[in-house]
Design a protein around this ligand. Structure first.
Ligand code: ATP
Length: 263
């Protein structure tokens, strides 16, 4: 079966500034953040806890507006507009009252696939991600890893310009997490959608991404943009190479320097 047929769009964040009121004060959370995800690119955002990554996703998703700055999709100003991205949160957000196959059908129908076709396509996709055997189960019966696979598939099939994945594997154990990374890479490499991926794991960012943005602690600024030079498809043992270890150390150093305010 072919991919979902949409390689995605270019997302640009230009000089995003966001602050919140806390009591009488205003707390600056995002301080002039600019980044780009090109069509078909996998970009990770890595930063300390509380640095403003989820806030940035709310700006991209149009749920909130920045104080300053713009969100562009394929060069058009879409600041404050909803419905541009598909969003996959840390915990799978599936409809608990719908069977797994209906969760997938719902995503297909909501993006215009006719009902009859959606049924067949949902079945095909679930086979492709090796979950055909749980198609008729309700989500709570599935393991955490399985639920995240269904959740990712749903985000993929929403056919939005950009997929934003917010620490999707954080709640999984180390083995399941490594399996999920391999699985995600395989599926993504066949389909090449534009992805913005938030993670706390440097290894995860290096294994998956074309580029990585390192964020400072709040108020967040981009400390560095790194190009990940490994060929695609990524080799499963990519993390054993000297280059990988060196890049990991560089990101660690940046995060450490960010913490102590050295830039
Ligand atoms: N609506 C809001 N009102 C006030 N402060 C907020 C609001 N939303 C976020 N903040 C503050 O902005 C900062 C960044 O929060 P955010 O959740 O974006 O960080 P994060 O990088 O996603 O954190 P984590 O990695 O722990 O999930 C925090 O200090 C938080 O308290």
């Amino acid at each position: 079966m072919s991919g979902s047929g949409n390689r995605g769009s270019t997302l640009e964040l230009q000089n995003i500034v966001k602050s919140y009121a806390r009591g009488r004060e205003r707390i600056l959370v995002l301080n002039d953040v600019s980044l780009t995800v090109r069509a078909g690119e996998f970009v990770s955002l890595i930063g300390p806890s509380g640095s403003g990554k989820s806030t940035l996703f709310r700006m991209i998703g149009g749920v909130e507006k920045p104080d300053r700055g713009r969100v562009l999709v394929d060069g058009e100003d879409r600041t404050g507009q909803k419905g541009l991205i598909s969003y996959m949160p840390q915990q799978a957000a599936l409809f608990p009252w719908l069977k797994v196959e209906d969760n997938i059908r719902f995503a297909l129908i909501s993006t215009g696939t006719p009902m009859r076709e959606a049924k067949a396509q949902a079945a095909q996709w679930l086979e492709r991600i090796e979950l055909g055997h749980v198609a008729k189960e309700y989500p709570h019966v599935l393991s955490g890893g399985m639920q995240q696979r269904v959740s990712f598939l749903r985000a993929l099939l929403m056919r939005r310009s950009v997929m934003c994945l917010d620490e999707p594997f954080a709640a999984l154990d180390a083995l399941t997490r490594a399996d999920m990374q391999r699985w995600l890479l395989e599926l993504w490499e066949a389909d090449r959608r534009s992805v913005l991926f938030v993670t706390h794991s440097i290894e995860e960012a290096l294994v998956l991404s074309d580029r990585i943005y390192v964020l400072s602690p709040a108020p967040a600024t981009i400390l560095r943009e790194l190009v990940v030079p490994f060929d695609r498809p990524r080799r499963p043992d990519v993390w054993t190479s000297t280059e990988f270890v060196e890049l990991k150390q560089e990101v660690l150093r940046l995060l450490e320097e960010g913490k102590s305010g050295i830039q």
